[in-house]
Ligand binder design. Structure first.
Ligand code: NAP
Ligand code: MG
Length: 400
C-alpha cells in the first residue's frame, strides 16, 4: 500500500510516563503504516526539559507558531515529589502554561461520544465544547489576609493621579481580600479565537458571565465580545447559519443542562476550569476528552485533556498489564493531521484522520475497549476489556 504523503511537517511534542508509552504505540501501530509521517520532534519529557533548562519547551512553542499545527503528549508538571523522583535542578513550569502564554490561546475541550457510553444527562446527544479563556482572573491574582482593625482599598496609580477605592473596613473582624486583573488585548484574543472556532466547526457560540453583579469587570468581557462580533464576525456567522449570543452564567447552566448539546460554550478562566470537568464527567470519562489550543492568528495545538496517568505507569514499569485508554491521544493526532491536511489542501491526509477516528469509535462500539470504558459500558454487545496495545491492534485491523 502506498503511504499518504505530507507536504508540511507538524510539530510533535513527546511527553511523560504512561502517555509517552502510548504515544509511540499509536505512531507505530496506527499512523506510520499508512502515512509517511513528517514531524518536527521536540522531546518535552521531564528529563529532556531538565537537560535543556526547559529551552526545548520554548522552542516547541515557537515551532507551533511557525508551522501552525502541533500535537502534544501529556507531560508532568513538577511538584516537590517530582523534584526528588527526577533529580531536578528547578521546579520547571507547566509546559502547557508556557505554550499557552506563547500562543495567547484559548483552550477548547470536546468529549468524544460513542454509543454505549451514556451521558449522565440523557438529552445530551451531541458533544458540548467548552472554550476556556486561559489568561488572568484568579489564576494571576494577589491575595491577602486582613486582620481585624485593618482596612483594604483598591489603588490605581496613573502618571499623575491616584484613585483609591475602599474595598472593606475590617474594623469588627479579620477577613480576606483578593485583587485580580485581565486585559483588553487578552479578552479580544479570547473572543476572536472563539468566533473563529465556531466558524470552523459551524456551531453556535454561547458566552456567559455575571455582568449584572460585576458591572465593570465581567461587563468588559461582554462588551468586547459584542464589539468584536459586530465588527468582524456577524456577517460570516449569518452566512454560516450559526448564532452568537450572550447570557448570564446561571442562565447558561440551566440552558446547557436542558439542551441537546452541539454548541460551543465560552467561559471565563475559572468557569472553564470547573465546567470542563463537569462536562467531561457528565459525558462519561475524562479519558475521552480532547483538547485543542487555538491562537487568535490561527495556530493549533492538539492534546488529550488527561494527564500522564502516573498510577498506570508505575504498574507498567513493574511489568504488570495495564489498560490505559489511548482514545483522547489518538484524537489529538487525528485533530493535528486533519488540520494539517486542511491547511495544505491535502485531502488524503484529512480523510485518513476521519477514517482513523471512525475505526476507533467502531472498535469501541463493537465491544472492544480499555478497562475504564468497560467498567461504565451500557452497550448492547458485551464489553471486552483489552490492554492498550491489543486495543490499538483491534483499531488497526478495522483501518486495514
Ligand atoms: P491523570 O494522569 O489524568 O490521571 C488521573 C486518573 O484518571 C488516573 O489514575 C486514572 O484513574 C484516570 N485516567 C486518566 N486518564 C486515563 C486514561 N487515558 N485511561 C484510563 N484512565 C485514565 O491525572 P493525575 O494523576 O492527577 O496527574 C498525573 C500527571 O499528569 C501529573 O504529573 C500532572 O502534572 C500531569 N498532568 C498533565 C496534563 C497535561 O499535560 N495536559 C494534564 C493533567 C495532569 P485510575 O487510576 O482510577 O485508573
Ligand atoms: Mg481543573
Amino acid at each position: 500500500m502506498e503511504k499518504i504523503v505530507m507536504n508540511t511537517p507538524i510539530v510533535e511534542m513527546d511527553g511523560d510516563e504512561m502517555t509517552r508509552v502510548i504515544w509511540s504505540m499509536i505512531k507505530d501501530i496506527l499512523i506510520k503504516p499508512y502515512v509517511a509521517l513528517k514531524t518536527e520532534y521536540y522531546d518535552l519529557g521531564l528529563p529532556s526539559r531538565e537537560a535543556s533548562g526547559d529551552k526545548v519547551t520554548h522552542e516547541a512553542a515557537s515551532a507551533v507558531k511557525r508551522l501552525g499545527v502541533g500535537v502534544k503528549c501529556a507531560t508532568i508538571t513538577p511538584n516537590a515529589q517530582r523534584m526528588t523522583e527526577y533529580n531536578l535542578s528547578q521546579m520547571w513550569k507547566s509546559p502547557n502554561g508556557t505554550i499557552r502564554a506563547a500562543l495567547d490561546g484559548t483552550v477548547f475541550r470536546t468529549p468524544i461520544m460513542v454509543k454505549g457510553i451514556v451521558p449522565y444527562i440523557p438529552t445530551w446527544t451531541k458533544p458540548i465544547t467548552i472554550a476556556r479563556h486561559a489568561y488572568g482572573d484568579i489564576y494571576k491574582d494577589v491575595e491577602a489576609y486582613v486582620a481585624k482593625g485593618e482596612k483594604a482599598s483598591l489603588v490605581v496609580t496613573g502618571k499623575s493621579s491616584e484613585k483609591i477605592m475602599e474595598i472593606f473596613d475590617f474594623s469588627k473582624t479579620g477577613g480576606v481580600v483578593l485583587g485580580m486583573h485581565n486585559t483588553d488585548a487578552s479578552i479580544k484574543s479570547f473572543a476572536r479565537s472563539c468566533f473563529n472556532y465556531a466558524l470552523d466547526r459551524r456551531q453556535d457560540l454561547w458566552f456567559a458571565a455575571k455582568d449584572t453583579i460585576s458591572k465593570t469587570y465581567d461587563h468588559r468581557f461582554k462588551d468586547i465580545f459584542a464589539e468584536v462580533f459586530e465588527k468582524e464576525y456577524s456577517k460570516r456567522f449569518a452566512s454560516a447559519g450559526i448564532e452568537y449570543f450572550y447570557t448570564l452564567i446561571d442562565d447558561a447552566v440551566a440552558r446547557v443542562v436542558r439542551s441537546s448539546g452541539g454548541m460551543i460554550w465560552a467561559c471565563k478562566n475559572y468557569d472553564g476550569d470547573v465546567m470542563s470537568d463537569m462536562v467531561a464527567t457528565a459525558f462519561g470519562s475524562l479519558a475521552m476528552m480532547t483538547s485543542v489550543l487555538v491562537s487568535p492568528d490561527g495556530n493549533y495545538e492538539y492534546e488529550a485533556a488527561h494527564g500522564t496517568v502516573t498510577r498506570h505507569y508505575y504498574k507498567y514499569r513493574e511489568g504488570k498489564p495495564t489498560s490505559t485508554n489511548p482514545v483522547a491521544t489518538i484524537f489529538a493526532w487525528t485533530g493535528a493531521l486533519r488540520k494539517r491536511g486542511e491547511l495544505d489542501g491535502n485531502g488524503d491526509l484529512a480523510r485518513f484522520a476521519d477514517k482513523l477516528e471512525k475505526a476507533t469509535i467502531d472498535t469501541i462500539e463493537s465491544g472492544s475497549m480499555t478497562g475504564d470504558l468497560a467498567a461504565i459500558w451500557k452497550g448492547e454487545v458485551p464489553a471486552k476489556a483489552l490492554g492498550t496495545e491489543e486495543f490499538l491492534k483491534e483499531i488497526a485491523k478495522r483501518l486495514d
